[in-house]
Design a protein around this ligand. Structure first.
Ligand code: GLN
Length: 243
């Protein structure tokens, strides 16, 4: 592996990959390799330190107890904070998103501190769980097409002044606050409720992470045939009237 390889860090696959988020790792690897980039993939289990020298960090979703354990361990490890200070790119999905905020509700119903990497905080929704397909229009500054995904969460995430919504939902719950927002982002740190996994359904998001990591404004084109077929299928399915 060359010195200049893109360093892709998958945080806690043993705790936070309940909802197929491994697909995100595979898509970043593949999209980077299709552009001729060498990728060094580093899977960090929850009993290992988070390296500070990664370029892109992916944190997946999880059930309430693994989420609490992951939050406790990440709080005790300065690695992710240092990486962000160094300009690393982070994408957290669902439990990973909630952990990146100031606090979330754990499996015992307790308010639990998060990492404070995003100015958001999560409470527990009183209503039905947000489960189902989701469509959302991304923040225009990100230059992304419509986002498609699948959400499955009880938590509701409230956004502070220090972040922008990642997108606005047209179908689905998103942050669940009733204001139509979905996810949050600031600089190089992104949080979302979109599983799917998000990068398999939205390869433009994988490309955005790679562009930010390389500090370039464009990448060579890559084949989108299968991604486009999946997107078209899911968008059509979501827009069909419920039987
Ligand atoms: N346990 C969290 C919730 O239900 C996150 C779930 C998830 O990661 N899909 O809100």
């Amino acid at each position: 592996m060359s010195e200049s390889a893109l360093r892709l860090v998958w945080v806690y696959p043993d705790l936070l990959s309940t909802y197929g988020d491994r697909g995100n790792v595979l898509v970043v690897e593949r999209r980077a390799r299709q552009r001729g980039l060498d990728v060094a993939r580093i899977d960090v289990r929850s009993d290992q330190p988070v390296p500070t020298s990664g370029d892109i960090y992916l944190i997946g979703g999880g059930e309430d107890r693994p989420q609490r354990l992951a939050g406790e361990r990440l709080r005790a490890d300065p690695g992710l904070h240092r990486a962000v200070e160094n300009g690393a790119i982070v994408l957290g999905v669902c439990a990973g998103y909630q952990i990146m905020g100031h606090e979330f509700i754990d499996d015992r119903g307790q308010r639990t501190p998060g990492l404070g990497l995003l100015d958001v905080w999560s409470t527990r929704g009183e209503g039905v769980r947000n489960v189902g397909d989701i469509l959302a229009e991304p923040d225009p500054r990100l230059g992304l097409p419509t986002l498609t995904g699948f959400e499955n969460h009880q938590g509701i995430t409230h956004l502070g002044q220090g972040v922008s919504p990642l997108a606005r939902v047209t179908v689905g719950g998103g942050n669940g606050t009733g204001d139509g927002t979905e996810g949050a982002w600031r600089d190089t740190v992104f949080g979302t409720y979109l599983h799917g996994p998000i990068l398999a359904r939205n390869p433009a998001v994988a490309d955005l992470l790679i562009k930010l990591a390389l500090d370039v404004s464009a990448l060579p084109p890559a084949d989108n045939t299968w991604y486009d077929a999946l997107r078209a299928e899911r968008i059509a399915a979501v827009q069909l009237p419920v039987q």
